[in-house]
Design a protein around this ligand. Structure first.
Ligand code: HEM
Length: 171
């Protein structure tokens, strides 16, 4: 038994399930519920940030990708073009790339927008009513929309990744 491969597979599957499952839950339930709750919803997001949701998820995603890359190297016999061009290889490659693009969107678009919402709303609440406060609240609303939109893209790409991982073995 190749113990390293078994450990890599366990890390890969546990982290992948956690990453994709969390993003599916966020896109389909949490984000719509938080938006519907208005200012109270903002408090839930703040509590999530304090629990370091925005740091834990990228770390879990990185573990999924690094373990996946080594599984890919092993499965493809060090990136053999024949394997990559086979039906099995193509499906795994599409799934892997979808997950990597999801990670890039999450880190470059979703995370920075989500991080800025809380401080903006807090700052706005400390201002007297007027155009400055309205401008900050409008900026926070735009960032929330960007977070939700990029979250939907990340979740959609992870659906592609999960389907690819699920079917590759059987094609
Ligand atoms: C959320 C993202 C991901 C999830 C949920 C996921 C899940 C899985 C699962 C459940 C398997 C086992 C499939 C089977 O044995 O039939 C698997 C295999 C595999 N995954 Fe992923 N994966 C993800 C991302 C990635 C990424 C980013 C890569 C590469 C960079 C990758 C590369 C692989 C490879 C090469 C295998 C096959 C390993 C083998 O045949 O021994 N995966 N993945």
């Amino acid at each position: 038994m190749d113990l390293v491969a078994v450990v890599l597979r366990v890390i890969h599957i546990v982290c992948g399930v956690y990453w994709a499952g969390t993003l599916f839950f966020v896109a389909t339930f949490l984000q719509p519920a938080v938006s519907a709750a208005g200012p109270e919803g903002g408090k839930v997001m703040q509590a999530l940030m304090r629990r370091r949701y925005l740091d834990v998820m990228p770390a879990v995603a990185i573990l999924t990708i690094l373990s996946g890359l080594d599984l890919y190297r092993r499965a493809s016999g060090n990136f053999s073009a024949d394997w990559i061009g086979s039906r099995h290889g193509v499906i795994l490659t599409i799934g892997s790339l979808a997950a990597i693009v999801a990670f890039v969107i999450g880190v470059l678009l979703m995370r920075p927008a989500a991080r800025r919402v809380g401080p903006l709303v807090q700052g706005a609440q400390e201002l007297p009513e007027g155009p400055d406060r309205d401008a900050r609240l409008a900026e926070a609303a735009a960032l929330r929309r960007r977070t939700a939109m990029s979250g939907r893209w990340v979740a959609g790409l992870l659906v592609v990744a999960v389907i690819g991982m699920a079917v590759a073995r059987y094609v």
